[in-house]
Design a protein around this ligand. Sequence first.
Ligand SMILES: C[S@@+](CC[C@H](N)C(=O)[O-])C[C@H]1O[C@@H](n2cnc3c(N)ncnc32)[C@H](O)[C@@H]1O
Length: 221
Amino acid sequence: MSKNHHRMLLLAALWLGCVAAAAAFQLASRDTKDWIETLERPERIKSQKIDEVLAVLNLKPGMVVADLGAGSGIFARPMAKAVGPKGKVYAVDIDKGLLDYINERAKKENVNNIVTVLGEYSDPKIPKKDVDLAFFNDVLHHIENRATYLKALARYIKPTGQVVIVEMDKNDPNTPHKDKPELLLSRQQIDQWMADAGFKPVKENTELFPGTKHFVFYGRK
Ligand SMILES: C[S@@+](CC[C@H](N)C(=O)[O-])C[C@H]1O[C@@H](n2cnc3c(N)ncnc32)[C@H](O)[C@@H]1O
């Protein structure tokens, strides 16, 4: 192969790499400050039923939890308390500013078992493969490559570990994103992506968010 051919191939590979990197993005994104204000609004926090969701998750001291798309940490903080000093919570997000906010608050509130993780758009990049429970609240619809992300996530979960997905029900006539079809996920789609990642539904809570959200536990098939 001539030197010129070699150079052209290299350039083509570089260009393809850039296109692939640019192809992944966040749907309905906001800047950090806007996310924090939106996520921490008292009426939103109330609507998320954090205590009730945590009661259903039934976290035990010593567990390793991954909060995917942790945002400002409204779930990561109480989760860290529930798993205690022998457990840990990976707070994963693609927004470094949100991770800084989580770290600042954890320091102020003397919470020492939250590990913030800067994930990639299609891979959470958790530093160890030790996750007992991976949790998504109000996040999956923001991830562009859901199938790829869930397959990547599976690699970090222990053989006995579970994935819990809390996600808006696209059949709810008042669902917040009803005018944005790209943000509406069906239960069938989620089950299929999870099946492709090696998981099946093992439990479901229908009482907390009837008709508005899915709240499903997935375990290995
Ligand atoms: C609506 S917020 C939910 C935050 C938090 N789970 C809550 O319920 O308060 C969505 C979050 O997902 C994050 N996000 C979007 N795409 C992501 C991705 N590919 N990987 C990890 N986090 C992502 C956003 O940065 C944002 O913090």
